[in-house]
Design a protein. Structure first.
Length: 456
């Protein structure tokens, strides 16, 4: 960005990564404005913070002159929108979000978390461990931390910045990590990468950019050809062959306790503030990076216990003897499998109703069989229509196609409008029940009403 230009415009300001950058630039003294297609909790929060946002891509809404204007753009906004074309043709300097993030974080010591799944929760746990320790940190998070109610943490006294390293559109290639976690490399975004091999190769190039330490989920060292100067360590939720691993895992009613083994010893009896099974693995990775950078064992213990979670990452909204309601951002087959497994461990005797909103036509097409297989492990499933995001429809790719592949006898497709009545009926007829909403589209806007229906 041009440091002398104190005006900056965001194309797609409502995205989780874009909104963190908008907050950062406003903190740095810029006049910030942005466009997004629809209002959301995030855009409303930005407006309350003094950032102007509009929702019609008419160039007449621009509060700044386009000539020479610094613009941050996310590829989630199509280039054929009127606003993008106007800015391009009138001399604006358009930068991808990843470029801006790379430029900002290069001024600190980046601790990055990459991977198909788990990067948002792992990076948020890491940021919390550092933030509540004597080390401190800055952070650009891919979700809203429940501890801090924001996706941006700033600390001028800390040399560290925690960054969620997003592989979409090869964005993470703009980062220069000091250390990184790689949680998984299960193929995704095949509309961008084309093949699973190209997807893995993108992670290999990312790892070559790391200067100090690469912490891999145990097993990934056999799937990635890593080159470069960084040392490679591994972590696991329970495999003692890893450098950092959990052992003596005890699951109780609403609690998880484990011992963390690390190269210099053991931290016994750690408790998780968000007792979700997958968070054992996420916490081991985050604690490992925190320990390597000077966080003490007592600070690790206090930080994991006080971690309050991430918005839309396995949030429990209703918990009664008859009804449990969990909402999760899972939108890839492996993520959904982990979410279902966590619900089964927490509520092993309950009828499990899953409500899934597929995200993107291409992802639904590319992983239809995998989605169908994992959704068939539910007791009952309701599908919503596909959320298109940035995409145009693909003939033959729809929720009806996905439903036909699901083997459950109890399955149906509902509109958003019909969902609440059906949820109320199911809750009244089945006891005990666990309801799980999953998806990365706009299903989150139904969560308050679903919770209210189930509570009533």
């Amino acid at each position: 960005m041009n440091k002398t230009d104190k005006q900056i415009f965001f194309l797609g300001i409502g995205g989780i990564g874009m909104s963190a950058l908008a907050r950062y630039y406003r903190h740095e003294g810029y006049t910030v404005a942005g466009y997004d297609r629809t209002p959301s909790d995030l855009t409303r929060a930005l407006e309350k913070e003094g950032i102007s946002v509009f929702y019609d891509d008419d160039p007449a809404n621009l509060p700044f002159a386009a000539d020479g204007l610094s613009v941050v753009w996310t590829p989630a906004v199509p280039q054929d929108t009127r606003l993008y074309q106007h800015l391009l043709s009138h001399g604006a300097h358009i930068h991808k979000r990843a470029e801006a993030l790379g430029q900002i974080t290069s001024l600190k010591r980046p601790l990055c978390v990459a991977g198909t799944h788990g990067k948002t929760t792992t990076s948020t746990i890491l940021a919390h461990l550092l933030r509540q320790s004597h080390i401190g940190t800055n952070a650009f998070l891919g979700g809203i931390s429940e501890n801090y109610r924001t996706n941006l943490l700033l600390d001028s006294n800390s040399p560290y910045v925690v960054v969620e390293a997003d592989e979409f559109d090869r964005s993470f290639h703009h980062l220069r990590p000091y250390m990184t976690v790689v949680t998984s490399v299960d193929p995704d975004h095949l509309d961008i990468y084309g093949t699973p091999q190209a997807y893995r190769e993108s992670f290999e190039h990312y790892c070559s950019l790391v200067s100090d330490t690469i912490l891999l989920k145990h097993g990934l060292q056999e799937r990635l050809n890593i080159s470069g100067r960084a040392r490679v360590l591994t972590y696991s939720a329970g495999d003692s062959r890893a450098d950092y691993y959990a052992a003596n895992i005890i699951a109780g009613e609403g609690s998880l306790v484990f011992d963390l083994h690390h190269p210099d010893g053991v931290i016994a009896g750690l408790t998780l503030g968000v007792p979700v099974w997958v968070n054992i693995e996420n916490s081991v990775a985050a604690a490992a990076i925190a320990l390597m950078n000077g966080v003490t064992e007592d600070e690790i213990r206090a930080g994991l216990a006080s971690f309050a979670g991430v918005h839309r990452r396995f949030n429990i909204h209703v918990q009664t003897p008859a009804i449990a309601y969990i909402d999760d951002y899972a939108h890839h087959p492996q993520e959904i499998a982990a979410s279902i497994a966590s619900v089964r461990k927490l509520y092993p005797t309950r009828h499990l109703l899953g409500i899934f909103q597929p995200h993107l036509y291409t992802r639904t097409r590319d992983f239809a069989d995998e989605f169908a297989a994992v959704l068939s492990t539910l007791d009952e499933v309701i599908l919503l229509p596909i959320y298109p995001a940035r995409e145009l429809p693909i003939p033959g790719v729809n929720s009806e196609m996905l439903l036909s592949k699901i083997t459950l006898p109890r399955k149906q497709i509902l509109s958003k409008e019909a969902l609440l009545a059906e949820i109320g009926k199911r809750a009244n007829n089945l006891s005990p029940v666990a309801v799980l909403t999953i998806g990365a589209g706009d299903i989150d806007r139904l969560v308050p009403a679903i919770a209210e229906t189930l509570n009533s």
